[in-house]
Design a protein around this ligand. Structure first.
Ligand code: NAD
Length: 480
């Protein structure tokens, strides 16, 4: 059975405690590998490697950093097929999705920040009348921690690491213990691309052991975290008193608001995707669908019909739209909400059942599920489910839907379907979320700020925002 290793100081190492976690393949529910459950001692080794790499890496020219980052991106493209297959096996997502989205995006993250660092400039301010000039240095922080979740494993892992190392930091990165495989392979790519040893150290293990050791480490000065809201709150509690810089990208319960004046066919097609892509396990999925009353019945019929056409199947099959959920415990959690919906008098319009895929009886498959709710206050409409389940309900006025859209604890993204410019502007201003998509979904320009408000997080990733996060501003004032 394949045992993966930590990547510390450019070497692949077993965990010092010889402690391992089983790694499951969600498509057939079988253990297919083992992952280190790294201890404090392993994190310390990674820290020592990162610390000793820092003086040289932080002084490496931007051109050289850029060259290495872009080389990493190219190598990911060369190995696209292999990475896509591994990502699919580890997560249960269709290979076609990993090949079209996850791995290309991981490559884009490195290419983007490889280019962005060459354009990152600091400011200067002339203090007129005081005979002084100020300039602001943007210095790397030192050793930083990057912790990522299981839903888009390599995509989100690289989204943090690329800006961190581009800005001159050295990194201790922990992927989710549920989906560690592509992060493990990524170490090989970094070595091949000539990333100096110790600049990136990849440590595997449980959140409560390895993750905890990273956030508690007194000399890891910044933590960039993506994951659940509860974990984010815990990390803030541990890290804030140590004055670490924190970027927290957390959960969501995003509204998808559909007005009668939208381009109906585009909306319908995109809404199927924004509901069920990656088995609904994307923090940006629009899991609360609000439809203007005049087109509600038509939408309901069409949407349910399209949802029923989605093929649940083995991730390796070309015609699979929906693969397996990531783990048994996650499948059970998601399914609990189907029971809760029934208790709350929701109507299951389609789905709601586990699927048995021939030859893979123990896989974690679930039908895409549409639940009609009568009130936005019910639990299925308020709590993050993070699976292939959406709610739908009608609304009458802009004010009503705005109120419902904003009446959740989260505020990550919102999608709006309308051809009215006035409504677009006024609703976009008032929606409580970090991102608003109008007449589209998941269109990503990597220069834009990415992140949420309320319980969806603190701080922004993306573009120069990320490079600012991973640097300390130091102002120098010179009187002449
Ligand atoms: P999670 O919070 O359980 O785990 C995320 C990561 O944190 C994992 O690597 C885990 O090992 C680690 N971790 C757990 N406890 C820790 C601790 N005490 N100290 C340090 N690290 C710890 O989340 P998950 O179940 O892997 O991911 C799903 C969640 O992620 C959902 O809530 C989803 O909305 C959210 N998410 C948010 C975004 C975003 O950009 N806002 C993107 C993707 C996923």
């Amino acid at each position: 059975m394949k045992q993966i290793k930590n990547y510390i100081n450019g070497q692949f190492l077993n965990p010092s405690s010889n402690n391992w976690i089983d790694n499951y393949c969600p498509a057939d529910g079988k253990v297919y590998g083992q992952t280190p459950n790294s201890s404090k001692a392993d994190v310390e080794n990674a820290y020592i490697a990162a610390k000793s790499a820092f003086p040289s890496w932080s002084q490496t020219t931007l051109e050289e950093r850029s060259r290495i980052l872009i080389r990493i991106s190219e190598l990911l493209e060369v190995h696209l097929q292999r990475f896509a297959e591994v990502e699919s096996k580890d997560t249960g997502k269709p290979i076609s999705l990993a090949k079209a989205v996850d791995i290309p995006r991981a490559a884009s993250n490195f290419r983007f920040f490889g280019n962005a660092i060459t354009q990152f400039a600091s400011e200067s301010h002339e203090s007129i009348g005081h005979d002084a000039i100020n300039y602001t240095l943007r210095q790397p922080i030192g050793v930083v921690g990057c912790i990522s979740p299981w839903n888009l494993p390599l995509y989100l892992f690289t989204w943090k690491i690329a800006p961190a190392i581009a800005a001159g930091n050295c990194v201790i990165a922990k992927p989710s213990e549920v989906t560690p495989m592509t992060a493990y392979l990524f170490g090989e790519i970094c070595s091949e691309a000539g990333l100096p040893k110790g600049v990136l150290n990849i440590i595997h293990g449980l959140g409560s052991t390895t993750g905890q050791a990273i956030i508690e480490h007194p000399d890891i000065k910044a933590i960039s975290f993506t994951g659940g809201t509860e974990t984010g709150a815990h990390i803030a509690k541990v890290a804030a008193p140590m004055f670490k810089k924190l970027s927290l990208e957390l959960g969501g319960k995003n509204p998808n608001i559909i007005f009668a004046d939208c381009n109906y066919n585009d909306m319908l097609e995109t809404t199927v995707r924004s509901s069920f892509a990656n088995q609904g396990q994307i923090c940006l999925c629009g899991s609360r669908i609000f439809v203007e009353a005049s087109i509600y019945e038509k939408f309901k019929t069409d949407f349910v019909e399209k949802t029923k056409q989605l093929k649940v199947g083995h991730p390796s099959k070309k015609d699979t739209d929906i693969g397996a959920l990531v783990s048994k415990s996650h499948l059970e959690k998601v399914m609990q909400y189907i029971g809760i919906a029934k208790e709350e008098n929701g109507t299951i319009l389609c789905g709601g059942n586990k699927v048995t895929v021939t030859g893979h009886q123990d896989g974690y498959y679930l039908e895409p599920t549409v639940i009609e709710v009568t009130t936005d206050a019910c639990r299925v409409n308020q709590e993050e489910i993070f699976g292939p389940i959406v709610t739908i309900m009608p609304f009458n006025t802009e004010d009503d839907v705005l109120q419902m859209a904003n009446k959740v604890k989260y505020g990550l993204s919102a999608t709006l379907w309308t051809n009215s410019l006035k409504r677009t502007m006024s609703m976009s201003n008032q929606l409580q979320s970090g991102i608003v998509w109008v007449n589209t979904w998941m269109l990503r320009d990597l220069r834009t700020p990415f992140g949420g408000i309320k319980a969806s997080g603190v701080g922004r990733e993306g573009g120069f925002e990320a490079l600012r996060f991973f640097t300390e501003a130091k102002n120098v004032c010179i009187k002449y």
